[in-house]
Design a protein around this ligand. Sequence first.
Ligand code: NAP
Length: 290
Amino acid sequence: MTRDQQIVVNAQTQLYGIFGNPVSHSLSPLIQNAAFSHLQINAAYLAFPIETGYLGIAFEAFRAMGMRGANITIPYKEEALNFIDDIPEDVDRRIGAINTVRNDHGTLLGYNTDGPGFLMALNEELSFNPEGKSILVLGAGGAARSVVFSLARAHANKVWVLNRHVERAQGLTELAAGFFSETEFEAVKYLYEVQGEAIDLVVNATSCGMKGNQDIPLDLRILERKTAAYDLVYSPNETPFLQTAKALGFPHANGLGMLVNQAVLSFEIWTGKKDGVRKIMLDALKGQEL
Ligand code: NAP
């Protein structure tokens, strides 16, 4: 960002932000502010760490202060549904988790850009098309919901959802099965349940590997054939999960591409603009320590 492109905050500045906890590691303020600044939109995007039990108050403040938009992140993507007015897209309503809120003249509209951002990243970084493929999703939280729904929308043949609290995985697979008849879904709790299966892609949609959570969601060495690996985690840029994928020679990518793609889609929902935004955001990330 050059000096004359820097945001000047004044009385007309529109406020955007991210609600989550933790959010101190979030790259969203950096990339969204870079896009606002480059397109000379008078807006500022901040990170708001929302304490447990305070999300409703945060949304009241959103309305009261006339914030224009927000991203919602871990752990509030599902709870946020209680505080918005409508979800315009059918598919987002079905997912039951949102990551983007737009203030449309006082009406708060919810969207989910994680799934489309994830599919774009699979294509861009792994040249992977889910159609007809068998995919193991690790995790059953808000991000996993978007991943599972987007894989089904992209005509995956089989999706296993593995989660330590298996009832969450069961809830997710039952929900998805109600909407997508073409894809077979199965909830699993233990690794041995998928051992020997012909898996084309493993997606880490747990928070394992994030700074502060060094657990490994799955030891890829149990897989009996070369499998693509996608990790939604991008900070650090190489988690233990991805280090194993690399050591095994598996095609692999971290969640940075998805982060940028979902951010571009959120930006478009708020501003109607997308041309050149991806490049601006990627440039802003260059040299960042993840
Ligand atoms: P969430 O709703 O809190 O779900 C967390 C998931 O991780 C749950 O399935 C949880 O299992 C599992 N988990 C957490 N710690 C675990 C452990 N030690 N061992 C096994 N499983 C564990 O979070 P989320 O919103 O889905 O986000 C998940 C991850 O995706 C986060 O790292 C987030 O940063 C990342 N993400 C990245 C992008 C991107 O653009 N790249 C977008 C969205 C999310 P239980 O249900 O058993 O607790």
